[in-house]
Write a protein that binds this ligand. Sequence first.
Ligand code: GDP
Length: 228
Amino acid sequence: MERKIHDMSVAGELMGDFSKAEIEAGRRLFSGPWDFVSAAGSLASLPPMTAPEIAFAGRSNVGKSSLINALTGRRALARTSNTPGRTQQLVFFGGPDRLVLVDMPGYGYAAAAKSKVAAWTTLIHDYLRGRATLARVYVLIDARHGLKIADDSILDTLSQAAVSHEIVLTKCDQISEAALAERIEAIKTTMRKRPAAFPDLIATSARTGAGMEQLRAAIARLMAERAR
Ligand code: GDP
């Protein structure tokens, strides 16, 4: 039997493990060049469905752009800015092996105009419901704050549409290991009531790189399962 990798950090132990081969497959999947493909502010302007897509959703400022940049090793691929202008679009990035990453508009931005919020909320939810090539959505949650009411509607839509999804904790470098372990347990308990969601979660830090190997491996595993 293949030896399993055990990360000794709290995050690693609780996040489920991957074989050495899967970690390597994840590394390879993300080692090639990644580039901007297109941005869509409406359903009509979405790119054609040509390759599996992995989307990243979360409240504004959750660390979504930083995570995408850390995953792809491209420092400024996704723009890490809090100005809610460009981030109202779905942004598509293409990499090697026909995998597409989708940076979704951040939600819950308090200062945004109501009409705009309504427009991009509709876009997000329509995309999640109707995208046949959408392989999985990672819902990002700030480790310091945990699940918030603003996260409920996206989780509801994902459940209703039966889209594979999983929680990714961000900014785990900002809390102690004990607090992280507690946070993970609390989220797992809440998520157990949502059977369509993956029961595990991945704890990450774009700043330290923690959890990146696991997230890449999880995506590589998903790609391998789909190719079967
Ligand atoms: P987005 O709005 O979700 O795309 O969030 P950004 O990626 O722009 O990040 C929002 C803020 O959180 C920025 O100030 C980042 O530097 C910070 N941030 C993002 N990821 C991390 C992380 O892993 N650790 C820490 N400490 N800060 C982070």
